[in-house]
Design a protein around this ligand. Structure first.
Ligand code: PGA
Length: 259
């Protein structure tokens, strides 16, 4: 079972996950981080800043989950730009060691495979940060995605395009396609940390954690992974049938157990 941690707010979630990442980097200076975009991981990156200040992060490596297809990499909302602005620059990481899938149209049919090779070459992802979409997607694996899928081009649902329209001038500017790590790729990471905040995510969280394992709710793939931490605030936890048990288990967690 995933460990479910119900926190009081985003800052607490950020602190909890940032502690774990800082400990990983201290243990392994060339740690491979699985980075996510969107609003959800921002408190983690914020909390990481003071924790990594003065730490040698020059060897830390990172792989983003996904990228829009056909977007100019220099566009402020390309995930390359977002990762640079929100993670690489504030944390002082080496941009050459942080990759996002290549969403440029030329050669797009090979970019997924290239990305998989790069992750394998790095020795795999140590800790993968995940958000979850209202459609239940993780990465951009929309409903119906195969649990065996690897990095590839996907079509975004209209719902996801609407959810992401807030980052663009209009929904018409939100790309139709993306290139995303597959569910199989994500499941290969050694530790999955899924965060979700707000009532709007409650249904997706309940489905991912407690619902049947089904490609109709791609986040439910986390139930197949041996080491998952789900960090949610109270509104995002509001549809969990066993929330009391998760609180009880966390309150009685043996000290020697990390996240
Ligand atoms: P959000 O997106 O963090 O912006 O809510 C999460 C996701 O779509 O995975």
């Amino acid at each position: 079972m995933a460990e479910i941690v119900v926190v009081s707010d985003r800052a607490d979630a950020g602190a909890l996950v940032a502690d774990e990442i800082a400990a990983l980097v201290a243990r392994r200076p060339d740690a491979v981080l699985g980075l996510a975009t969107g609003s959800t991981p921002l408190p983690v990156y914020e909390a990481l800043r003071p924790r990594l200040a003065g730490v040698d992060v020059s060897r830390v490596r990172g792989f983003a989950l996904d990228e829009y297809v056909g977007i100019d990499p220099a566009h402020p909302e390309s995930y390359r730009s977002v990762i640079t602005r929100e993670v690489v620059e504030p944390l002082g990481l080496d941009p050459a060691r942080i990759r996002t899938p290549d969403g440029t149209l030329e050669g797009i049919e090979h970019h997924g495979e290239d990305y998989e090779e790069a992750i394998a070459h790095a020795g795999g992802v140590d800790l993968q940060i995940l958000g979850i979409g209202t459609t239940g997607h993780i990465g951009f694996n929309e409903p119906g995605s195969s649990f065996a899928s690897r990095t590839r081009v996907k079509t975004l649902t209209q719902r996801t395009r609407e959810d992401n329209a807030r980052f663009f001038d209009s929904i018409d500017d939100v790309p139709t396609h993306c290139i995303t790590q597959g569910l199989g790729t994500i499941l290969d990471a050694r530790h999955l940390v899924l965060l979700a905040f707000g009532e709007g995510k409650a249904e997706a969280v309940a489905g991912a954690v407690e619902g049947p394992v089904t490609s109709s709710l791609p986040g439910s793939a986390i139930q197949l992974h041996p080491h998952v931490t789900v960090v949610v605030d109270e509104p995002a936890a509001s549809r969990l049938a066993y929330a009391d048990y998760y609180r009880y288990a966390y309150a009685h967690k043996p000290e020697w157990q990390g996240l």
